[in-house]
Write a protein that binds this ligand. Sequence first.
Ligand SMILES: [Zn+2]
Length: 456
Amino acid sequence: MRQTFALLLAVMALSVSSSAQGRPAWLDPYRGNAEKLMTAATADQFAWDRVAELTDTYGQRISGSENLNRAIAWAAETMKKDGLENVHTERVMVPKWVRGVESLEITNPPHHIVPMIGLGGSVATPPDGIEAEVMVVANRDELTKRSAEAKGKIVLFNVPYTNYGETVAYRSGGATMAAQHGAVAALVRAVGPTGLRTPHTGGMNYADGVAKIPTAAIPAEDTMRIQRLANRGLKVRLRLKMEAHFEADVESFNVVGEIRGSEKPDEIVLVGGHFDSWDTGTGASDDGVGCVVTWEAARLMKKLNLRPKRTVRVVLFTNEENGMRGGNGYRDQHAAEAANHIMAFESDSGVFAPASLGFTGSEAARKIITDIGTLLTPLGLQNIGPGGGGADIGPIATLGKVPMMAYSGDSTKYFTIHHTPADTVDRIEPAEVSKAAAAISAMIYVIADMPQALPK
Ligand SMILES: [Zn+2]
C-alpha cells in the first residue's frame, strides 16, 4: 500500500501541469509540503500505534473517571514530547455518572440472562431490582394507542435501526415516553446495525415533571426474541437491576497544543476530537482515533519543520458524551477570540473506509476547500461533501461564525461498534488511520498557510 501511494504521488507530480486537470494554480506553492505531509503520515502506522497505546493503557475514559484524568495527563505530556507549543490543559467541571453493577434476566418463560447496558444518565432500580411483565411496542404511536396496558410494565421499544439521527430519539427519550404512560422501566433495542448481540449505551435525558424510571439497551437479537415470544401470546417477565447514579461534578480538562503561526499567530485553525468515551469498550473509534488523527496534523508539521502562517491549534475535548462541558467550556474560555477562528475541524465518526471529508460554510469558502481537496486525490479523498461540523467545535463555531469540516468514516461500520464493548482498536485498520492523518494534515496545513484567510 505504501509503495503504491508513493508511486501515485510521483506520477501526479510529473504528469500534469498546474492549469490542467483541475489543479488550481494557486495551490502550486503548497503541493510539495502537502505531499511531504501525506507521505510522512502514510509511511508507517504511527497513528494507529498511538491509538493503541492510549486505549490499551488507559482503557475506557468516561467523564469523571480516574482513567480519563490519567489519559489527559499522558496526552499533555506526549504533546510536549512531540514538540507542540503552548501545551496546556483548560479546566472544566464535568458530570460523574457511575454505572455500577447491572443485569437483566427473563424470569418467565424459563430463566435466561439478557445482555444489557444501562443508558448514560439513567437512575438505579431498587436494590432487589424491578420485576415486571414486558410490553413490546414498535414505536411511540403504538405506545400511545396501547397506553392503558403500559401501567406497571417494562416497556421495550423494538425500533429497528435506520440511521443514528432518527433511531437515537428512542435512546434519548424512551424512558420519558414510557414513564408518561405509567411504565416502571424502559428498554430500547440497541441503536445501531445488528452486530454480534451487542447492546449499545449512550446518553439519555429525563423530561422535567415526568417520573425518572431506569432505562437500558438490549441487543437487536434479544429484542426480536422477546417480540416473538410476545407475538405467541406468552407473557414475558423481566427483572432489571441497575445501580446507576450521579455523583458530584468533578474536575476535568481540555488538552490544548499548538503550532504557533509564523505571521498571523492570532488567526487559529482549530482541529480536534473528544477525549472522553463511554465506559463500555475502550473508546477507540469514538473518539480516540479522532483525537489522534487531528493531533497528527500538528505533530507531522512539527516533525517536518513546517510552520504555517496561522496557528494550528489541537484541542482534545473532554465530556462530549454526556455533558458537552468541554466544547461549551472552550467556547466560554475563548469567546474573545472566537471570531479569530478561521476554520474548525472535528473527527468524531471513526475512520472506517470509505471515509470522506465534509465542509459546512459559505460558497466562497467551499470553492477554496474544494480546490485544496484536489491535493488529496492520491488518497481518494478529493471529493468534499456536505456535513462539516462536530459536537465539540459547534459552540465556538456558532459564536465565531466559523466554517467547519469533519472527517467521517463509513457510518455502517462505525455505528455497528459505536458505544459498545466492541469499540476497540482491533477493529481499525492501521492504513485507515494513516490515511485520515494524511488528509487532515495536508488540508489543515494549506488552510493555515494560504495567503488569504478562508472566507466566512
Ligand atoms: Zn464521539
